[in-house]
Design a protein around this ligand. Sequence first.
Ligand SMILES: [Zn+2]
Length: 359
Amino acid sequence: MKSSPEPEDQAEIDELLRAAVRCALDSADFEVALSEYRKLLPEVAPSLVAQMPSVEEARRAIAYAMFREVWNRVPRPDHDWRPRPLPKPERNGPCPCGSGDKYKQCCGPLAGASPLGGESMSLLSYVLERVPMAQYVNLPFSKLSPEELGHVASQWLEEGLWEETVALLEPLLAATARLDARHEYAFDMLCETYLELDRPARRLQLVERLMQSTDRTLKAAAMHRRCTMLADAGDYSAAWQLFKEAQRVDPENPSLAQLEVVLLISQGELGAAQERARFWAARLKKLGYGGEKIVELMEEVARDPSSFAAAMDSGDDMDGLTSLWYSLLAWFARFRRRLATTACSRGKAMPDRCKPMRN
Ligand SMILES: [Zn+2]
């Protein structure tokens, strides 16, 4: 297996989801939308289609399962931004994939499968792409998840869609009194976007405003951000003063560990950083963060403080589309196995060993 998919493979998954969302939103009729999607599939995702099993009924079932998942999960602007999932098909009725077989003998056994990642998949960015940027200010933010909007923003930030990110996040974060811990990620993303756009005054204004938040987590996040800005500017005495204040506001916030160690290392105090990292590793474990990345990081700094910067930079986590690419290929393999094992048992109950595997 390749160590990472080619960029064009990732672009294919992106196009495949974009096309599926377009089909799902453009037609109110599932069958019409599915047939449109099946037509588009070879065009938008040729190399993925080439890796599907060659049997027509398997291709039909795969296209149906992928599209059903998108249909059931896509937030619909004309339905209060909520999805409108399909009713469960009749067991003895014709299969909605269009094979002509009974559902229970066709796609029924794979009804629980989520080829595109289920709960963890977000389609919101594809829906928002269809909304003109000037209208983001009118989005019903109380109905959208601030975490998911933060996730969309992180994708857009990576793609260089900075003006879009600002247009989305500024109205989301406008009413300080209504913001809470769920907005922390969006706040971070907007700070990052201002950095990219070189708008230091806007960034400072945002950070100082959220430092006034009544939500402890959000207030602490803004203070931490301000702290690193002060350190970047070389004003360590102000940075440490604010660090102590942030510690009073939210003493059990795990980000304090990283912040303190970063401040010490950027001042060149590796010995002190090492000592504090040792302290934080023990304290965070006591607070219940054992096994999490922040504890690993503190232990790493305690072992070798100079490797900290390198550890921070090595973003070896696969991004969403890359891991989705692999899970789709694994899922095709399941289909191949299923066809191989059930070919003998059409029309009869499947023997236990042939039942589809659980996720
Ligand atoms: Zn079917």
